[in-house]
Design a binder for this molecule. Sequence first.
Ligand code: ZN
Length: 276
Amino acid sequence: MALSLLSGCGGAPAAAPPSTTAEATRVSQRMTASPGPGTVSAVPVPPTSNPPSSTTPQAPPPVVVLDPGHNGANAAHPDEINRPVPAGRGRTKACNTTGTATNAGYPEHAFTWDVAVRVRDLLTANGVQVVLTRPDDNGVGPCVDRRAAIGNESGAAAVVSIHADGSTDQSAHGFHIAYSAPPLNEAQGEPALALATTMRDRMRLAGLPTSTYIGSDGLSPRDDLGGLNLSERPAVLVECGNMRNPDEAAAFSSPEGRQSYAEAIAGGILSYVRPR
Ligand code: ZN
């Protein structure tokens, strides 16, 4: 059973994603014109409201849930991880899977855990409260429905699952962002699509190539991923690339490479939860 899971967390994606329009950033500027004939000069006007003071209540830090795919002991506990659980849209799926690995044997669960910890540290340094769906890389599960519940219960501003794929086509490479489609609730609609496009744009800006083999333009709408189907918060699944591709395997297997992915993912999250 575990071998059937080695294709990773991919599978047949749904139809091509809809095109999106970039969000316009509205910048208002308070100006005034000086009196006097012939000359009109624009002078910024200071805010009329009281400036913030130390007693001004601060907005609570946004909560972000990071969901590192799979877990280190899944392969040794097939009965637990093959147990069917609700996966949304009236379906059931296996509780969890073993994930994939590079040809040299570096496992996806170790990759996703290491990247998630790096993303956590980057977000925490920027004032974001981070919840991880698993405490380490030595356990079993949690099941996909439980992972979704952790995001829902925390009231997360964003839920980001981190994975890497295992296409047997070794030339296939590049990242893609999966999101639930058609949406099953409001959060899975525009908010999740905005999170997906923001993440895609930020990863592309970091120089990472979009997928050559799944989705379109780095986006992949899916109706079969339990964690996304069951989410009531804006949620995406980042497939960082193909662990069977030699170049991406080398990047995933090095601390420097994982840091690059972590910085791109953290940048995408920060752009979404704290748009400027
Ligand atoms: Zn995976």
